[in-house]
Ligand binder design. Structure first.
Ligand code: MOS
Length: 759
């Protein structure tokens, strides 16, 4: 499921506790991000913000063809320009920068390294890197590099035309070939999602510092540890000779999960010149060189009884991939277990195109997959003349029928029911165009959501300091989601030490290993390690309290003591009766006490192996359609998420509300459009590639069920970064159908699609 993130086996078994743990009020609190002041005052350093003495600038040159070869690259003019120090090309790079076999670079590892040879397989592929004393000089030099190509016709076509593709079966039970044709009610439709680009606010950048033997790479990465591992292999240096720092990240959405070629180019230039090199990926390059969600095409066949019981479910999908990679978009992520159905088959295929490597984007596979599944469910409900909420409830299941395991904690039905209640769904009249608000026509739509729940291994180090502060560290990172804050909350929960005394240090590969921020698993992965590290530090502290003469707890049994409110006291007594922990450390002249946490992943947890772990949700959408001027707006969204225990109400709500806005973009705006003549994504800028603005954003009501998942550790927190996007687009297109009578099966919905509306 999340195999792109985890090794098949994690080291240490981590069993859920026998008795449920009841956390203090700091868990679930609506706490502002502790790093917020650093960001709002401009003191948070993102990768491109780092500057060093003697630092120079690299500017990458991208190919202007998408298929063919570089015939010649003439750098002579560029090299003579003021301040120019180096122009790297495939002719002078000397050492291949490719990921060796056996290194897990993630799904976006390109088969060929940057500047490895003269073969071009997508528009924008790097053909040179100009390095100069100033950014402007490097830009001018890059523009002066003369590249001649032998160009062939690229293939960036949509997927409909491909014949003779090879499919594989992803999931199968029963006999759909027999069950579908004999089903009394049938849906057979094809759904298409376009290329979407991640394009977070912060563009990719690397500042590479080579000191003659070691690299420090200032990066924007969702995984400092993985970035180090990959770059050590690519650059051919021992792992201990690389440090990756990513203190603050202007979001990633998956685009920063794995290293991209510019990082290796910056490091190579730094080593060649013996100077720090800053290399920023431009906004235009963000459309070609750092991944995208691939185009998908999905045929859905659903068979049902007249009373709405599913009897057969088929999803046959394909996605495009780059020439050098085989990257499957796992559109069947949720299909095999979302509904109870005896006969099911999911098949997939990949189709080669002249595009850069696709990569996971928020809810990879599940998000485009659920657009197809949940759109088809809406079409089935209409054919059955059944309420679409009722259809889903009727096919709910508490057993994962793909493997016959019970779900660890599944409350999909409650998401639908609570969402319907909050939205006011009972007032819906099903006829097209039947609901009005003044001159506007309202459309109401619903869709289900699901995303995997995983947990990887993690370490954490917690130091209780004699000055009354705490330092907690792990080599994970905070892409803007709130990881800094929830780590502090865990320490505070277990000690009562106030949040403002807790210093969280993340985003540095030299810390003890922590998880990649991906697959919505970082929270579930890191907090058990932080809890364990905190408990270990407290244990040492209590031992000191009982062993220090003059301590009020001298020669007491340390197991009768507790810490809360930052004070040590007799267990069961109030915190105020105790002694501030730092006073005891000072009395004992003990300095600081440190505890280490090391917890394993779900894969190594034998009790969890018997369960299927997933998050669920429901999206309810209202659109306003103004037929007089063909104007469509998403006006209101109610989203109900079953994501386990919520650690921080504010950051979690931010995650899901942001995902809803992203879903508006997916449904109505986003698509990268490739010029069929040369493979250039013609809308490679924020003027032409549309994303929602504030004015496009609906009123959003986010509700969490907040039910701890017993398989996800003491806190029972699943991830909530990706589930919020799942189901938004099909709920919007369902609402659009309800308002206009137009069923859009190929995203995004365009005004042109709606002009045929008879309403
Ligand atoms: Mo997420 S697409 O695993 O960053």
């Amino acid at each position: 499921m999340l195999s792109y993130l985890f090794e098949p086996d994690d080291a240490t078994p981590a069993k859920p506790p026998a008795t449920p743990y009841t956390p203090s009020a700091i868990i679930g609190a609506s706490l502002a991000r502790i790093d917020g002041p650093l960001k709002t005052t401009g003191r948070a350093s993102y990768a491109a913000d780092y500057n060093f003495p003697r630092m120079v600038y690299g500017v990458a040159v991208g190919s202007t063809i998408a298929n063919g070869t570089v015939r010649s690259v003439d750098t002579s003019a560029a090299e003579k320009m003021p301040g120019v120090l180096l122009v790297l090309t495939h002719e002078n790079i000397n050492a291949p920068l490719r990921v060796p076999n056996g290194v897990r670079a993630g799904r976006n590892s390109e088969t060929r390294g940057p500047l490895e040879d003269n073969v071009i397989s997508y528009w924008g592929q790097y053909v040179a890197l100009a390095v100069a004393e100033t950014f402007e000089q490097a830009q001018a030099a890059a523009a002066a590099v003369r590249v001649q190509y032998d160009s062939k016709q690229p293939n960036v076509a949509i997927l409909l035309d491909d014949a003779n593709i090879t499919s594989r079966t992803n999931s199968k039970r029963g006999d759909t070939d027999a069950a579908f044709p004999s089903a009394p009610v049938q849906i057979d439709e094809t759904y298409v999602t376009p290329v979407e680009t991640h394009n977070p606010m912060e563009m990719h950048a690397t500042v590479a510092v080579w000191d003659g033997s070691k690299f420090i790479l200032y990066e924007c990465t969702q995984g400092v540890v993985n970035h180090l591992n990959v770059m050590a292999a690519v650059l051919g240096v021992p792992k201990e000779n690389i440090q990756v720092i990513s203190r603050f990240i202007g979001s990633g959405f998956g685009g920063k999960l794995f290293p991209w070629p510019h990082s290796a180019l910056a490091a190579t230039a730094s080593r060649r010149l013996n100077r720090p090199v800053k290399l920023s990926v431009t906004r235009k390059q963000m459309f070609t060189s750092v991944g995208h969600r691939p185009r998908t095409q999905q045929r859905m066949r659903i068979g049902a009884t007249p009373d709405g019981k599913l009897v057969s479910l088929q999803q046959d999908y394909r996605n495009h991939t780059s020439l050098g990679d085989n990257i499957g978009e796992n559109c069947g992520e949720a299909t095999p277990f979302l509904y109870s159905v005896a006969n099911l088959q999911v098949t997939s295929a990949m189709v080669k195109r002249n595009v850069g490597a696709p990569t996971p984007m928020r809810g990879p596979g599940a998000v485009p997959g659920l657009f197809a599944v949940e759109s088809a469910m809406d079409e089935l409900a209409i054919k059955l003349k059944m309420d679409p909420v009722e259809l889903r409830v009727r096919n709910d299941t508490l057993t994962d029928e793909s493997n016959n395991k019970p779900f660890s904690s599944r409350h999909y039905k409650e998401c639908l029911q609570i969402g319907a209640e909050k939205f006011g769904w009972s007032k819906r009249t099903p006829a097209i165009g039947s609901m009005r608000k003044g001159d506007l026509i309202l459309g109401w739509g619903v869709a289900g959501a699901s995303w995997g729940a995983g947990r990887g291994g993690s370490d954490a180090t917690v130091t209780l300091k004699s000055d009354g502060t705490v330092r907690v560290s792990s080599a994970t990172q905070d892409p803007g989601t709130g990881t800094y804050t929830i780590v502090a909350q865990i320490v505070s929960d277990r000690t009562g030490i106030p949040i403002d005394k807790i210093d969280v240090v993340l985003g540095d590969s030299s810390l003890v290993p922590g998880p990649t921020s991906g697959g919505s698993t970082a929270t579930a992965s890191v907090i058990p390690a932080v809890a364990q590290g905190t408990d270990a530090a407290v244990k040492s502290l209590l031992a000191i309290a009982t062993q220090t003469s003059g301590s009020p707890f001298f020669q007491q049994d340390s197991t009768t003591l507790a810490i809360s409110g930052g004070r040590i006291h007799a267990a069961g007594k109030p915190s105020q009766s105790g002694t501030p922990y730092q006073d005891l450390l000072k009395l004992a002249k003990a300095g600081d006490v440190t505890g280490n946490g090391h917890t394993g992943g779900l894969g190594s947890d034998t009790s969890a192996r018997d369960y299927s772990t997933h998050s669920f949700g429901a999206q309810f959408v209202e659109v306003e359609w103004d037929p007089g001027i063909a104007r469509l707006r998403v006006s209101r969204v109610v989203t109900v998420i079953d994501g386990g225990r919520i650690i921080n109400q504010k950051t979690a709500t931010n995650q899901v509300a942001g995902a809803v806005v992203m879903g508006v973009g997916m449904a109505l705006m986003e698509q990268a459009i490739y010029d069929p003549r040369n493979g250039h994504p013609v809308n490679d800028n924020f003027a032409d590639y549309l994303v929602p603005t504030h004015a496009d954003s609906p009123a959003i009501d986010v509700h969490f069920l907040n039910i701890p998942d017993p398989m996800l550790g003491q806190y029972g927190a699943r991830g909530i970064g990706e589930i919020g996007l799942a189901g938004v687009a099909p709920a919007i297109t369902a609402a659009v159908y309800h308002a206009t009578g137009i069923r859009v099966r190929s995203l995004p919905v365009r005004i042109e699609d709606l002009l045929a509306s008879a309403v």
